[in-house]
Structure formats: structure tokens, C-alpha cells
Design a protein around this ligand. Sequence first.
Ligand SMILES: NC(=O)C1=CN([C@@H]2O[C@H](COP(=O)(O)OP(=O)(O)OC[C@H]3O[C@@H](n4cnc5c(N)ncnc54)[C@H](OP(=O)(O)O)[C@@H]3O)[C@@H](O)[C@H]2O)C=CC1
Ligand SMILES: N[C@@H](CC=O)C(=O)O
Ligand code: NA
Length: 393
Amino acid sequence: MFTLTPQLRLVRPTHRLLSTMTVSQKPLLVAVVGVGLVGSEFIQQLLSIPTHSSPFKLISLSSSSRTLFTGRETPIDSATSWKSKLAGSSSPADLADLTNKLLGLVKNEQERVAIVDNTSSENVAGMYPSWLQAGIHVVTPNKKAFSGDRSLYEEILAASRSSGAKFLNEATVGAGLPVIAPLKEILATGDRVIKIEGVFSGTMSYIFNEFSTAKSGGPSFSSVVSVARDKGYTEPHPADDLNGYDVARKLTILSRQISAASVSSTLPELQSFLSVQTQSLIPSPLESTSSGDEFIQKLPEHDAHFSATREAAAKENSVLRYVGVIDTQQGVVKAGLEKYPLSHPFATSLGGSDNIIMFHTERYSPRPLIIQGAGAGAAVTAMGVLGDLLKLV
Ligand SMILES: NC(=O)C1=CN([C@@H]2O[C@H](COP(=O)(O)OP(=O)(O)OC[C@H]3O[C@@H](n4cnc5c(N)ncnc54)[C@H](OP(=O)(O)O)[C@@H]3O)[C@@H](O)[C@H]2O)C=CC1
Ligand SMILES: N[C@@H](CC=O)C(=O)O
Ligand code: NA
């Protein structure tokens, strides 16, 4: 009889340990909103983690027209059938209804829930404060919430602070490249950013890597833009890349992060990405061209201007690159076309849709921290999103 006691002693701590592990290893329930290029690849990558070892359960998918909500007992686990299951769902897309269902899981079942927003929708971005307030984590490559109206950004920060739910947005800048995470570490460990300078647009990178090289002359600007569009690198309307807004949004995201970490930041308080000094490359006669096809058709009329700019740079042994700069000493955030000598990393080391980002900080000085690699594309962007999701578990 007395032998029971030691056994009990053994059993009880082991059991407690198991129950603790069970709680901390409860899978994170994931709802995906947006199943386009990045969304589909993200689902593929998520479902490629073997079910028995996955820390996630995929419980909901939404396109702009319909939602599939399976709940946690029968999660979506097949990379081959999720599309047809979503297509066959009779539930219309309804973010309010999805929010209520997820809120029930958080409040009534003590589940941990994350929404992954793979859209570029402002409406979806506008839901973040209510999701975070409800304790639902948000992971996204969508730049809208963090680069749009300052009030939305502040609501997001406040909601996350009050509930403890996290928002992670690594893929909003440099796609899968680590940019946001190193910046957070630079700031959190007490280093000071002096300047961030980089090629932040995959599309602009491709265009200028092809248009302006170490060799004199080269293809016409319009032909490079046209090829970039045919390859699927540009937005359907190339003006949406050439206006520089995508770069301005990325600079806003980084700049707000720097300002939030430093009470004495000299950076301007950006009301939105529209507050960034941004040079548009759209020739003024084409500014109101609403069709992408018409834009491409008329762009050759402006080739001479771009060729002259290229030749002027070449005379100085330099090339043209569309860059973004955050200068905390000058208090400037700007995006535009700049000349770089051939010895500069922006001039000769870039290929394809590479991004390159240089962090000049007090610690990384005089030699900057440089991050470079593919800055657009479904595979690397989805990896950045899944990487963020893994940080939650
Ligand atoms: N592609 C890239 O290289 C990179 C993309 N990103 C960002 O990733 C995000 C996704 O980009 P990408 O996949 O290329 O874009 P896509 O246009 O391919 O996909 C976006 C999807 O969002 C869906 N959508 C729009 N509104 C809603 C809504 N209210 N509810 C549910 N779904 C909705 C659309 O669905 P439907 O088809 O049903 O209309 C569409 O399929 C964007 O924010 C983009 O800026 C970031 C870095 C790099
Ligand atoms: N259009 C963007 C894609 C990622 O944000 C780019 O060109 O970098
Ligand atoms: Na990134």
C-alpha cells in the first residue's frame, strides 16, 4: 500500500507537466482572408507542415465573395482540395460574421486565434482594431493599415496594447526579407537609426536594373515598362508603380516604427503615405490615363525624357535607381529617382526584382547593415507571412 505514495508523487508532477504542455501547445487557430497570389501560396506553405507536428489549425478561408468556416474540429488540411471546398461554400463573405465566430472561440473556448489578411483591401485593414481588441492576432503583408490614415494606425497600436493581441507585418516591406524584425531589434536594443536608404519596390528595381546599366545607352524606358508588365511584375496599371506610392507606403511603415520607439524622433509625423515627399515618374500628360493599355501605348512619346536623364547619369559614371530614404538627422522621408556611382551597392549588385535596404545606425557605422534579395513574388512574400505566424507560437 505504501508503494502507492511514491507512484502518486511521480504521477502528479508528470501529469501537471503534461497539462501545462497541452495548454501551451494548443494549436493556433488560423483564419485566412484573401486567397489570391500570396494567399494561395501561403495556404500551400501552411498545409505543407505535417498535421501531426503543425502548431496551426486552419479553420477558415475567405475570398471577396465567399467564406468557408470549418471550426476547429474539422480543420482544412488538404492542399489539394481547399480551393474547391471554398468555391463550393454557400456562405457569402461576411467579415462581421467571421469576427463573431472567432470572438466566440477566444472568449468562450479560450482558444488562440489569428487572422491572416492576404488582401490589399482598405476595408479589411479597417477591421484590425476590432480584431485586436477582441484578442485576435493579425498577421499580414497588406500595407494599407500601417501606411494609411494615422488615426487607424493609432487605433491599431492602442487595441494591441490593451488586449495583448499582436500584429505582425514583416511582409509589408521587402516581402519575405527581414526588414521590420531587424529594425525592431535595432530600436529595442537602444541603437539609434541615422538613415535608412534602399530600393524598396520590386517593380521599380526591375525597371531600372534593366533600363540603366553600367553600359552606355540601352533599351527605351517604355519597352522596359512594357516587358515588366508582360512578366507580371507591375500592377495591372503600371502608373500604380510609377507614381512611387508603393515606396511611400513602405517608408511610412518604417518611419512610424522609428517614431513610435523614440520620443525625441525628428521625423515628421506622417498623416499618411501621402505626406512622404514622393517623386512620381508618370509623365504629366499621362496622369489621367485610366487604362493600363492606353498608358503603355502612349508611354513611348516620353522616352526621350527618360533617355536624357539616363545619359546625364552615365556622363557621371552613374546609374539611375528609384530609392526611398528616411533620414532622421535631416528629418526627411522621401522617395525618388537618384543617381548612384558604379561603385555603390545599389548600382551593380541588384538583379531582377531585388530589394536592397541599408541601415545606417550608431552601431552600424560607418559600415551599414545591408539586406538584399528578392523583394516581391508569391513564394517569398508568403514565407514572410508564415514566418510571422510562427513567431506567435
Ligand atoms: N505579390 C507580391 O509580390 C507582394 C504582395 N504584397 C501584398 O500582399 C497582398 C496580397 O497580394 P497579392 O496576393 O499579390 O494580390 P492578389 O490581388 O493576387 O490577391 C488579393 C486577394 O484579396 C482578395 N480580396 C480582396 N478584398 C477581399 C475581402 N474583402 N475579403 C476577402 N478577400 C478579399 C481578392 O479576392 P477576389 O479574387 O475574390 O477578388 C484577391 O484574390 C497585398 O496587400 C500586396 O500588397 C506584399 C509584398 C509582395
Ligand atoms: N508591388 C510591390 C510588391 C510588394 O510590395 C513591389 O513592386 O515591390
Ligand atoms: Na520583410
